[in-house]
Write a protein of this length. Structure first.
Length: 350
């Protein structure tokens, strides 16, 4: 098994009780087309755009952690990252930046989700690993995710939103992260505009409030007292305060609306920060090409910046009073807690 030589065997997830890692056979084309590298990848045709012939089940195998770790001493550890608050164009940016020949884009690897969950247990008596083991293994996991197919490539990892809890550990003054955000008002419009985003909000609200309270060091909010729009405001506060914990020395912040207003310019700025080679001509081609006219998580569906504006405008009209009340709730939360206040101040400064 030539695990260390390239990214052909993707380290997809952990079996923590048995201390094994699931390896999935992947080509560079597989990485380019896969919208997600979480458990959707394991389904027949998983991670691939719908339509056309379904792909066969991927080749997979379980391997002991120690066996893989013993091959990892010489593996690079220079991946760059995209972190975000959810529904803010992170998949689109990952696809655009991944179009550069020197970049291998990985979108939402399951491994980072698991490490984020393990971070919440770090140092606790019921954690499966000691704090030292967690730190050592996270460093090894970054090596695994940094593997590419060509020596001149570098991995760009777009994490899922709640993996931002381990962003400081992943960057650690050694790697760079692009942080994608929206203002609270635009975020609320985005979440309340769609059935899928509202369903996701409902499913994740309890865990998000738990994460937010952990960072705050107190438990002032009760989930059952928050209506849907307030839960969206709380979600914004949760994910933004996670990003606020990352050192500004390691990151560049990008508001998605500002990107859409100047896509070529902002794409080049993001690429330069992440040490990705994209020329002005290539940037112009990318932001006027098909990627900007597709729903990035499901490219078989059309979705443009203009359509997005129409959808958000409908939400702004239909939920105006709910959004206004939720923004007031968020302002009060920011007055109470400096982390939330810092996040609000950052969006106001732009």
């Amino acid at each position: 098994m030539q695990f260390a030589q390239d990214a052909g065997l993707f380290s997809q997830q952990l079996d923590i009780p048995n201390d094994h890692v699931l390896l999935v056979a992947m080509t560079q084309a597989d990485y380019e087309s896969a919208s997600f590298l979480d458990n959707r990848l394991l389904q027949p045709g998983g991670g691939q755009p719908q339509g056309g012939q379904a792909r066969q089940q991927r080749q997979m195998q379980w391997a002991p952690w120690d066996a893989l770790a013993s091959q990892s001493q010489s593996i690079r550890s220079d991946a760059q990252f995209i972190f975000h608050i959810g529904h803010v164009g992170s998949t689109l940016l990952a696809r655009l930046l991944g179009a550069a020949s020197d970049t291998l884009s990985l979108r939402e690897p399951q491994l980072l989700r698991q490490f984020a969950e393990l971070k919440a247990l770090r140092g606790k008596a019921h954690s499966p690993w000691s704090p030292e083991t967690f730190d050592q293994r996270l460093a090894v996991a970054v090596q695994w995710l940094s593997r590419t197919f060509e020596a001149n490539q570098r991995a760009l990892i777009k994490a899922t939103s709640f993996a931002s809890d381990i962003a400081p550990d992943l960057l650690n003054h050694q790697r760079k992260g692009l942080l994608l955000t929206l203002t609270p008002e635009r975020y609320l419009q985005t979440i309340l505009a769609g059935e899928n985003s509202r369903a996701e909000l409902s499913a994740l609200s309890s865990n998000r409030l738990k994460r937010l309270h952990h960072r705050m060091g107190e438990t002032p909010f009760k989930l059952w007292e928050l209506d849907e729009a307030q839960r969206a405001a709380m979600a914004w506060a949760c994910e933004m305060t996670a990003l606020e914990q990352v050192s500004d020395e390691d990151v560049a912040w990008l508001d998605f609306d500002r990107f859409l207003a100047q896509p070529a310019e902002k794409l080049i700025e993001a690429a330069q920060f992440l040490d990705i080679a994209i020329s002005q001509e290539q940037a112009n081609d990318l932001v006027t090409g098909p990627l900007m006219q597709q729903y990035s998580k499901a490219p078989e569906h059309s979705y443009s910046a203009q359509l997005r504006e129409e959808v958000l405008a409908d939400a702004a009209r239909n939920r105006a009073s709910d959004i206004a009340a939720a923004l007031q709730w968020l302002d009060q939360a920011g007055s109470r807690n400096p982390l939330i206040g810092n996040a609000l101040n950052r969006t106001q400064k732009g």
